[in-house]
Design a protein around this ligand. Structure first.
Ligand code: NAD
Length: 500
């Protein structure tokens, strides 16, 4: 096992290895691979963890198939599966403080946010699907002839995979594990290589909860090794992915070339936020700031394109700058921080290069525009600190307007009419989310119907509920997570015609 000491002095112990059959093993991939894990707040190495490969995915599939034959899938009852999810959620809750510290060290997000948002929501998500497990049923269908009747059974898919990103490590795991396990599937989880730690702890707690061996596998490793092995595997029947659109395409192509496994994709975004001139500026500004700054802008729903109606543009931006100034960047272990470092050196450099593109491309830096020097002091000097940044005077064709930056960088574009705002907002290949700020109910209804996005926030932003479906239009994804309907993405429907 590995023990880290957090900046609070807490000893955080977790097991390392390839988690298959409720035990942690050495990798069978023969590459002796290790992932070096960095603390984003300091840039220092935290530890090294085992990186797996194709042979480990093969072993996980074998273990999963065995579980489906003996104790899981159709050999388990929905109520049993619900009870296990409740038990696991309870154990996560009991370990929430340690998990939050681990997540803060691994990912860089403020500790309190990891605890109050990511982990609290993950526990709620597992409980939501625990409650749903025994409420999934097929239907009986009346046939006209009277000699036959038909019914449907809702069955688990079988062996499934999940490939998740680094921005919400525990939460992205929970969104997939909840419905997958409630429905009776076995799941092979590949965490992101930037944030491999919390999933190891979750695996340990799953074994403690009493899951039969083989139901859950956690295989850390790189996308090109473990991720590719999952998406290419001929006996994995579904893969759920959250991450970049580029990788989503690769996963879909692998599915097509291997066994046409079902694919659900939650991909990138360049979400528009539309602010009309009838708003109460004071009320709208905190939401608009949150839309881009939440999770350091590392959010697929980040409201990164801001369209402001010309009449209030300058007044709105002046207030928005005040809100950015009040946003406290600093140590993830200081509970007054609302903003930590970016997750990795690579992401830091990518965002900084976009800030340069913005400057060179003719946009005006209205706020920020560099390294967050105020945070980068003492032990944190080597951290990946980016200043929240507002660019005004932006237009289509600038890279900061067209590309997903995945950082705290906002591009502002003025507009005159509702039609113009809708057209510009929809002028993207993404379609994950959008925000509308207006006090006109009819306008809100018109605009929300016209926007091509899977989630629309009206006079708020970034609210999510386990009961509400989530997913993207266009190249932001396929399928939906969360809510009752997510179960459909993790089950097969069998139709039976019976001659009576
Ligand atoms: P990524 O999509 O490459 O990584 C996400 C997951 O996919 C990781 O677990 C990774 O190991 C895995 N992966 C990578 N290549 C794979 C492959 N060929 N086959 C199977 N799995 C593979 O994202 P990234 O490189 O970490 O970040 C790059 C950009 O992606 C970010 O700047 C951001 O724009 C976007 N992103 C989006 C989200 C989101 O929630 N939508 C999350 C993270 C990153």
């Amino acid at each position: 096992s590995i023990t880290l000491t957090s900046p609070r002095g807490t000893r955080l112990t977790f097991r390392d290895g390839i988690f298959i059959g409720n035990e942690f093993h050495a990798s069978q991939a023969g590459q002796d691979g290790k992932i070096t894990v960095f603390n984003p707040a300091t840039g220092q190495e935290l530890c090294k963890v085992t990186a797996g490969g194709k042979e480990d995915v093969d072993a996980a599939v074998e273990a999963a198939e065995e579980a489906l034959k003996t104790s899981w899938g159709l050999k388990s009852t929905p109520a049993e599966r619900g009870a296990l999810l409740y038990k696991w959620a309870d154990l996560i809750e009991q370990n929430a403080s340690e998990l939050a510290e681990l997540e803060a060290m691994d990912n860089g997000k403020p500790r309190w946010m990891a605890k109050d948002f990511d982990i609290a929501d993950s526990i709620a998500c597992l409980r939501y699907y625990a409650g749903l497990a025994d409420k999934v049923s097929g239907k009986t269908i009346e046939m006209k002839d009277g000699d036959n009747f038909a019914f449907t059974r809702v069955e688990p898919i079988g062996v499934t995979g999940a490939i998740i990103p680094w921005n919400y490590p525990i939460q992205m795991a929970a969104w997939k594990l909840g419905p997958a396990l409630a429905a009776g599937n076995c799941l092979i989880l590949k965490p992101a290589e930037q944030t491999p730690l919390s999933a190891l702890k979750l695996a340990e707690l799953a074994a403690e909860a009493g899951y039969p061996p083989g139901v859950l596998a956690v295989i850390n490793g790189y996308g090109k090794d473990v991720g590719a092995a999952i998406s290419e595997h001929p006996r994995i029947r579904k893969v759920a992915f959250t991450g970049s659109t580029v990788t989503g395409r690769k996963i879909m192509a692998s599915s097509a070339h291997s066994n046409l496994k079902k694919v659900t994709l939650e991909l990138g975004g360049k979400s528009p936020v539309l602010v009309f001139d009838d708003v109460d500026i004071e009320e709208a500004v905190p939401w608009v700031a949150l839309a881009i700054l939440f999770n350091m802008g590392q959010d697929c729903c980040a409201g990164s394109r801001l369209f402001v109606q010309r009449g209030i543009h300058d007044a709105f931006i002046a207030k928005l700058i005040e809100a950015f100034k009040a946003h406290k960047i600093g140590d993830p272990f200081d509970d007054t921080s609302s903003h930590g470092p970016q997750v990795s050196k690579e992401q830091y450099e990518k965002i900084m290069s976009y800030i340069e593109y913005g400057k060179k491309g003719g946009a005006k830096v209205a706020y920020g525009g560099g390294r967050a020097e105020a945070a980068a002091k003492g032990d944190l000097a080597g951290g990946y600190w980016v200043e929240p940044t507002i660019f005004t005077g932006c237009q289509k064709g600038m890279r900061i307007v067209d590309d997903e930056i995945f950082g705290p960088v906002l591009a502002v574009i003025p507009f005159d009419t509702e039609e113009e705002a809708i057209e510009m907002a929809n002028d993207t290949e993404y379609g994950l989310a959008a925000g509308i700020f207006s006090t006109g109910a009819s306008r809100c209804m018109r605009v929300l119907a016209a926007l091509k996005a899977g989630t629309i926030w009206v006079n708020n932003y970034a609210l999510l509920s386990n009961a509400v479906p989530f997913g993207g239009y266009k190249q932001s994804g396929m399928g939906r997570e969360l809510g009752v309907d997510a179960i459909k993405e993790w089950t097969e429907v069998k139709s039976v015609h019976w001659n009576i």
